[in-house]
Design a protein around this ligand. Structure first.
Ligand code: G6P
Length: 590
């Protein structure tokens, strides 16, 4: 989703801003722009990628500026709608991430008052409002503007002739990077890693006045203190490191990510899991891939801990009239910024239930809402398609069970042993990719692919379909294997392969039955089964073998195979794997 960047300091702003904009690309965008101030504001923006903009813009001198990567919501992705937006005088420039809900009303009023609008965006009302209220003090003008806005925003405002930037946030992520005689503002941390690892996360309602030498944060016109945090992610972690794509690199990082996340909470780790003593019902809230992890979480809670668990899509939960009673709600979000998940967590918290967040981003909004946060130790994930953060989320969920006082020592020792073996099992898959690549060559020509699963591998089937669809643009659907005979058999034929991750658990026989039913109708089946399983080998058209693991952990091994399958299929089809069209890494609007 939109990315914003601001710089003020003793260096030339343009190269820094463009560099940071490139680092924000992974959030997903369709147009971009930059404004630099030095005796007048110089603005360049257009539809398309940052690289295209870089090619056409001349060198602009100036040591203060703002940049934006836009994911269109109001108005199509074209030059006029791209940010930054200016006021009538051209002296105030603004970039914005979020949605201003009452912009039409404001626009009408401002137009009557003589303001001329150029774009179809909601954002453009902001520079005009600042212009209306500006009487020499930009901070005061921004404060007044914010009190008129309804909706969500992370904004940076720049006024010509000043060396300070004004940043404000409400329900949209924003971080201030503290440098040496230079300060930065960004939508998220990976954009800043080359410049600083000292950051301050703004809270909703904060206004930051960012000068080259100092940062002052205000709330209701009173200065407040926000702690500086040190980012542990390295620059190298946010680079491709010799891999062709971030997605492939991130898939390959999984053995280390699993080891680090297990190590974080068990052994010499820095964090510990402290759940409330009595939890008899759990609600999971999440979106996208994190929702599929939450579905695995439900099985873990119910099967291992015998605690009833329920999973809700955050985007649906937010519209339920009744807020149900649960002892504990677990919000799962890689970014910790997904608008629907944040809203759902805010909705459930006042019911008095204990809130836990599982996220990859230290200081993210989810972590600040929750009573407790369990961080996945996956490092920055750049590819829009989540891979390593999905497995890291699963690992945290397994750890929640393995460390629970509800389990006897033998059971938890067994689970911990299984978890500690996972990195080598995943490595084995990564070392033997040839059959997966061969299978991708077959899939690349398909138009429709179905994924079926049962039990703890149903979420894996859903995740396999999600991954293939978003990266390769092949229509893919995941569904419960038992459901196919109620509808999907009607559309299956020789051109609609079915992929079946099999769990070697109580669902095993039923999965074989489903595969037989499908094969009997001439539909090709690609099964995922444990190495050495000749029964499945005889039954399916193709088998992708997985190393043997406790069936409880099969979502990890099966998911890694399906991630690789999606990656190589997308590669064979020539897709822009890391940045699928129209999708965003961090979905910060509803
Ligand atoms: C976007 C991303 C997905 C992700 C989903 C939820 O759609 O493209 O990869 O699963 O958001 O994101 P979250 O950060 O909450 O896990």
């Amino acid at each position: 989703m939109c990315g914003i960047i601001g710089y003020t300091g003793d260096k030339q702003a343009q190269p820094i801003i463009l560099d940071c904009m490139r680092k924000l690309e992974y959030r997903g965008y369709d147009s971009c722009g930059i404004a630099v101030s030095s005796k007048g504001i110089t603005l360049y923006k257009d539809a398309g990628r940052v690289e295209a903009l870089v090619k056409v813009i001349p060198r602009i001198t100036g040591s203060i500026g703002i940049g934006h990567t836009r994911w269109a919501t109001h108005g199509s992705p074209n030059r006029i709608n791209a940010h930054p937006h200016l006021d009538c005088s051209g002296k105030i420039a603004v970039v914005h991430n979020g949605v201003i809900m009452n912009y039409q009303k404001l626009k009408k009023k401002l137009t009557i008052e003589g303001h001329k609008f150029r774009s179809e965006t909601d954002t453009e009302v902001i520079p005009h409002l600042i212009e209306k209220y500006f009487q020499g003090d930009i901070v005061e003008a921004v404060e007044k503007t914010l009190s008129d806005l309804e909706g969500s925003y992370a904004i940076i405002a720049m006024v010509d002739g000043e060396s300070r930037l004004i940043a404000a946030r409400k329900d949209s992520p924003m971080v201030i990077g503290m440098g040496d005689r230079s300060n930065y503002i960004a939508s998220d941390v990976p954009a800043l890693l080359d410049y600083t690892n000292r950051v301050i996360y703004l809270d909703d309602g904060d206004i930051a006045v960012v000068d080259p030498g100092k940062v002052v944060i205000k709330r209701d016109n009173v200065e407040v203190k926000r702690d500086e945090q040190k980012i542990l992610w390295s620059v190298a972690e946010a680079q491709k490191g010799g891999y062709e794509h971030f997605m492939l690199k991130e898939i390959h990082e999984q053995p280390r990510v699993i080891r680090n996340t297990v190590g974080e909470y068990a052994g010499n780790g820095e964090q510990s899991i402290k759940l409330p003593a009595k939890v008899s019902s759990v609600l999971f809230l999440a979106c996208g891939t994190s929702h599929n992890a939450a579905m695995v979480g439900k099985y873990i809670f119910e099967e291992i801990l015998n605690i009833p668990a329920h999973v809700e899509l955050a985007s649906e939960f937010n519209y339920y009239r009744r807020t149900p009673d649960y002892d504990m709600a677990i919000g799962i979000s890689q970014s910790g910024e997904t608008a629907d998940t944040i809203r759902a967590m805010k909705k459930i918290k006042p019911t008095g239930c204990y809130t836990l967040s599982i996220t990859n981003v230290v200081g993210s909004t989810a972590s600040r809402i929750a009573n407790q946060t369990l961080y996945t130790r996956a490092g920055p994930e750049i590819s829009v398609a989540s891979t390593k953060t999905f497995t890291a989320q699963l690992v945290v969920l397994y750890l929640l069970a393995a460390t629970s006082p509800k389990l006897d020592t033998n059971h938890s020792t067994h689970l911990m042993a299984g978890l500690r073996q996972l990195p080598s099992k995943v490595q084995q898959i990564l070392d033997e990719k040839a059959p997966i690549i061969d299978c991708a060559e077959y899939l690349k020509n398909q138009n429709n692919v179905f994924f079926i699963g049962r039990g703890i591998n149903l979420p894996v089937a859903l995740e396999g379909a999600l991954k293939l669809k978003e990266t390769s643009y092949i229509h893919a659907e995941g569904l419960a294997a038992g459901e196919i005979k109620h509808h999907t058999l009607a559309v299956l034929n020789a051109d609609t392969p079915v992929i079946a991750p099999i769990g070697h658990d109580n669902t095993y026989e039923a999965m074989l039955t489903s595969i037989k039913e499908i094969r009997a109708r001439g539909v090709p089946v690609i099964a995922l089964a444990e190495e050495g399983n000749e029964v499945v080998e005889d039954l399916a058209d193709r088998v992708l073998f997985t190393p043997a693991v406790d069936p409880l952990f099969s979502p990890v091994t099966n998911a890694v195979i399906l991630q690789l399958l999606a990656y190589y299929t997308s590669k064979a089809r020539g897709c822009p794997i890391d940045f699928p069209r129209n999708l965003a890494k961090s979905v910060t609007v509803e």
